[in-house]
Design a protein around this ligand. Structure first.
Ligand code: ATP
Ligand code: MG
Length: 575
């Protein structure tokens, strides 16, 4: 287990359920605030997605953190849509976000929208103007950027900075009234053009954007910038602890400056490292590109790191929460091994799934068991899961003809090949020991079937044959087999950290991230999956699989969630 935990030393496991583990730094801040009697001991967090895409596993970390913290300290969490950017946002995203948060197992106290605060945020802007702390600037965005200076050179002020309060109020009201085209003017906070912190060099707080908003329609043609919406929304909702990712650390002085100048509720911003995961990208902008340019089949493609993709891949809410718990909270950026996420789902599915048989092969090999009566069929009892406390069994049909995978037979086997070969014996899992008597070939020399014989006294559970065979292989009875499509997924990118690569991330897509194979599976498993009785399975020797929504009445489709062992880590050790 420890070899997949690729993380820095300042990580702590989550607190819940790990009695005695030290507090993470955010819990420490919260406990200090409670001890100091701040906010009357109240803890109120929020999860603030921008509805411009589907949530990914990084958001899941933030969700677990915000909701987990409130839970731990008897507090509350709001779901707040940070919808201040009309062009990129959509109700489709709002719906998917709500669905994903609920699916993860969390319940928000309130569902809020930053756009519901547009009137109040606008009023905050007028307050700043009235205090002489904001001004309308007519400069172009290029001029503003040029005047801003660099981290080592102070910025320069311009003539608009000296506009009077009345002039600013009038211009700002006219901006709101729609008197100017996009980009003609902006409202800037008057902070400090010489501050070493670039964020404080008179940041833009309102811009003109004549665009339809998914909730407010055409009511507004000016929209607040992130820095003038986020903290203000936190204050309006009386959020006590506003958790955000590290890149906002440099925004914190501005966050606090607005609180001070506007005399609003003093929410406390705390930053933590965003989750980065190997072999994938985690920015919504990039994920959106993958979807829109057809590199994947939608936001819920099982290769995507989105919550919807992971769900379709067969991940469970508990496995994602477990993952978030294990990676903990860090104050430094880090890259987490995808193997850890896979470890979390494998651990869970090992405990919960039935072991079933599926022959994954375009052209499986047919065994004909010559001494098994034609037309006879037996229902064998096969154990569902050796991990179960109370063993349960299911019925699996056996008959004279069974399919096995071609890889489980070799005509000229090397030493230590314990599967089937001419004259050799194996056990058919849960059934009988068989012997390969003859290999049947077509005119071209391709093997078409194997003639075998079975030992009637070797039936699993009541074996009196006294024969020990080294190999056990899985099989499916030919007349009972259900043909299925199986989708085998691999990592979406072929390099560990595509975001850090110089090449365009789309050039780094793993060309073999999806392969589709034909399979023959036990009939009972299809029934169980279709009835919703079970959705995740272990296909013996193959990995964990889940029924996909693309299944049709005559052709079930299964996605491979994860292989049985971490084949990748093993491969890397060899090299
Ligand atoms: P992206 O860059 O993927 O679009 P974002 O930060 O713009 O992400 P938001 O919808 O604004 O996406 O994020 C909602 C919340 O989720 C924020 O509080 C943000 O800090 C957090 N979050 C986003 N990505 C991650 C991540 N990779 N790890 C942890 N938290 C994240
Ligand atoms: Mg964002």
């Amino acid at each position: 287990m420890t070899d997949v935990l690729n993380e820095s030393e300042d990580l702590h496991g989550g607190a819940d359920g790990h009695a005695g583990s030290p507090l993470n730094f955010i819990e420490q801040v919260v406990e200090d605030d409670i001890a100091a009697g701040k906010n009357g001991g109240r803890v109120h967090t929020r999860f603030p997605p921008e509805p411009n895409g589907y949530l990914h596993i990084g958001h899941a970390k933030s969700i677990c953190l915000n909701f987990g913290l409130a839970d731990k300290y008897g507090g509350q969490t709001n779901l707040r849509f940070d919808d201040t950017n009309p062009v990129t946002e959509d109700t489709e995203y709002v719906d998917s976000i709500k669905n994903d948060v609920q699916w993860l197992g969390f319940k928000w106290e309130n569902e809020f929208y930053a756009s519901d605060y547009f009137v109040r945020i606008y009023a905050f802007a007028e307050t700043l103007i009235q205090k002489g702390l904001a001004y309308v600037d007519d400069s172009s965005s290029e001029e503003i950027a040029a005047q801003k200076g660099t981290p080592t050179e102070p910025g320069r002020t311009n003539q608009y900075r000296d506009r009077t309060v009345d002039e600013n109020l009038d211009l700002f009201r006219r901006m709101r009234a729609g008197d100017y085209p996009d980009g003609a003017k902006v409202l800037r906070a008057k902070v400090d053009m010489t501050s070493p912190n670039m964020q404080l060099r008179d940041p833009i707080i309102y811009r003109i954007k004549h665009a339809h908003h998914h909730r407010t329609g055409d009511a507004w043609c000016i929209y607040p910038m992130y820095d003038f919406a986020h903290g203000q929304s936190d204050a309006i909702e009386h959020i006590t602890h506003s958790l955000c990712t590290l890149e906002f650390e440099v925004h914190r002085p501005l966050y606090d400056w607005f609180i001070q100048q506007l005399e609003i509720f003093p929410s406390r911003q705390i930053e933590f490292a965003r989750l980065n995961l190997t072999y994938t990208v985690m920015s919504k902008r990039k994920l959106k590109q993958l979807v829109e340019e057809g590199h994947v089949n939608g936001w819920d493609d099982p290769r995507m790191p989105t919550i919807a993709g992971l769900r379709r891949r067969g991940y469970t809410p508990a496995s994602l929460r477990e993952f978030a718990d294990r990676i903990g909270i860090a104050r430094r950026e880090n890259l987490i091994d995808l193997g850890l996420l896979e470890f979390c789902i494998r651990e869970e599915l090992n405990k919960t799934t039935h072991r079933v048989m599926a022959v994954l092969d375009e052209e499986p090999l047919k065994l004909v068991i010559s001494n098994y009566e034609e037309g006879r069929e037996e229902m064998l009892n096969i154990e569902n899961n050796p991990e179960e406390e109370t063993t349960t069994y299911r019925k699996v049909p056996f008959s004279r003809e069974v399919y096995i995978e071609r890889d489980d037979f070799m005509e000229n086997p090397p030493k230590k090949f314990f599967r089937l070969f001419p004259g050799g014996m194996v056990r058919l899992k849960g059934a009988y020991i068989i012997k390969c008597d003859d290999v049947v070939k077509d005119a071209a020399g391709n093997i078409t079937e194997l003639r075998c014989s079975y030992l009637p006294e070797s039936r699993s559970g009541s074996d009196t044959s006294g024969i020990n065979v080294k190999g056990t292989i899985h099989w499916v009875s030919v007349p009972h087999a259900v043909e299925a499509e199986v989708r085998l997924y691999d990592r979406l990118f072929s390099v560990e950290n595509p975001a850090a690569d110089e090449r365009d991330f789309k050039e780094l897509i793993n060309p073999a991230s999806l392969s589709v194979v034909r399979a023959f599976v036990e009939p009972a498993l299809v029934e169980a999956a279709r009835s919703g009785e079970q959705s995740n399975f272990q296909f013996m020797r193959k990995g964990y699989f889940v029924l996909d929504a693309d299944s049709t009445a005559d052709r079930p489709v299964f996605n491979r969630t994860v292989t049985l062992k971490d084949g990748w880590a093993k491969e890397q050790k060899k090299n």
